[in-house]
Design a protein around this ligand. Structure first.
Ligand code: COA
Length: 181
């Protein structure tokens, strides 16, 4: 326990956010009810090849945050817990959707606790509408001309249209691998 009542409760909300969906935005909103500051942290994940560049994803998230001074958007590589420590954050926020998330999130949280017992992972449950939404599905649907306007924020819908339009409209991009996002 840190004890000091003046301690600001800072959380890191990490992810690839390629792109941010309404599900992520919902978790961000919920986390702001719990924490004083939330750092949305774009992870450089070597297993993923994003469709959107880091500056593009950063700009979209900033727009979704709507200038809220409690939200910071940043990118990091290396270990998440080391980054959290550098940012003075004692909490990591992760969203839980369907049951399928549980095992992966359980592994991440346990490994992070092993690496840094002082950094606590907090799970927030995604709203029902976003239970089965993922960034990969959004890109697939948008790439095939489907309407994503109800599952992504307006800034993201516009960016998807611009990006996929400039790529010829029919390709989701991102290196072609099934898990590549
Ligand atoms: N609503 C909708 N979709 C959501 C969601 C929500 N609330 N929460 C997660 N998702 C989706 C994402 O869109 C993403 O979908 P995709 O795979 O189709 O792109 C998927 O769930 C999981 O992505 P994300 O939450 O972005 O996590 P990730 O697996 O890309 O990255 C990190 C997880 C960043 C936390 C992890 O890789 C990490 O910590 N990296 C740093 C290195 C490190 O410390 N490694 C050791 C960890 S123990």
């Amino acid at each position: 326990m840190s004890g000091a009542t003046t301690d600001r409760r800072i959380a890191v909300y990490p992810g690839t956010f390629d792109p941010m969906t309404n599900g992520h935005a919902d978790i961000l909103r919920r986390s702001l009810q719990v924490f004083d500051q939330v750092v949305v942290a774009l992870a450089e994940n070597p297993r993923k090849t994003p469709l959107f560049t880091t500056p593009e994803r950063t700009a979209m998230i900033r727009e979704v945050a709507g200038g809220d001074p409690r939200v910071d958007v940043d990118a990091f590589d290396g270990l998440l817990v080391e980054y959290a420590r550098r940012r003075g954050a004692r909490f990591v926020v992760r969203g839980l959707r369907a049951l399928a998330d549980f095992e992966y999130e359980f592994q991440l949280a346990h490994m992070n606790r092993h690496l840094a017992p002082d950094v606590e992972t907090v799970f927030l449950m995604t709203s029902e509408e976003s239970f089965y939404v993922s960034s990969t599905l959004v890109k697939e649907v948008a790439g095939m001309g489907g309407d994503c306007s109800r599952i992504v924020p307006p800034a993201v819908a516009r960016a998807l249209a611009a990006k996929l339009g400039s790529m010829g409209g029919g390709k989701t991009g991102g290196g072609g691998g099934g898990s590549g996002t």
